[in-house]
Design a protein around this ligand. Sequence first.
Ligand code: ATP
Length: 231
Amino acid sequence: MAKSPGDVVLRLQGVQRSYVSGDGERLSVLRGVDFTLHAGEIVALVAPSGTGKSTLLHVAGLLDSPDGGSVEIGGRDATRLSDGERTVIRSHEVGFVYQFHHLLGEFTARENVMLPQMIAWRARGAARLRADALLGSFGLAHRLDHLPGKLSGGEQQRVAIARSLANEPSLLLADEPTGNLDVRTADVVFEELLGAVRRSGLGALIATHNDALAARMDRVVTLRDGALVAL
Ligand SMILES: Nc1ncnc2c1ncn2[C@@H]1O[C@H](COP(=O)(O)OP(=O)(O)OP(=O)(O)O)[C@@H](O)[C@H]1O
């Protein structure tokens, strides 16, 4: 659901997550992450490889549960909800974009953007209209019936971005969303992503290794010793 500018869309408090490796050793990746993201705000997450960016995005997007702390989306602490309630929040409130598009190869561009809407119980006709409008806004009106395998890398990633916005989430989480594209295409697609996010008024946390892309966002944070700090 769209939020008013300034509304808190994501609040992490004291979030901890560790992994136990094969030889029984514990690796504490997140050691007390505090973070607040508001509607209309785009934040870059820039940190060296292996410091926990993906872990943080998975926990923030309710794909993974923290060992400690709270994850509030739209004012509700997801760590206190059932799996079913978390799934509903994830599908209605959170959009994800990954480095690799993860489109379903046997479905067309339009169908890939319709699917999450139908899973969230939107009527087929309305889902189709929204898919066509979204894909059109990314310059893909002539690619609606194409299978992902018939699209260029940039087009595939645009479809993935359109899909992430299909259910009008309040929160967008992106993990190297243009990291798999050549520099020029990455630049264009990233600009389109930022434009779409700004128009939607949602809050976005976008992990990138690219300082130039990070500089186009509203603020930059990094992970240091398992905590999130401003850069
Ligand atoms: N399921 C897992 N089991 C054990 N260790 C894991 C698991 N997932 C991640 N890790 C470890 O946790 C640390 C953080 O991983 P994560 O993928 O979050 O880092 P990242 O900052 O996203 O890295 P990159 O930029 O390379 O994608 C790494 O040392 C990784 O090996």
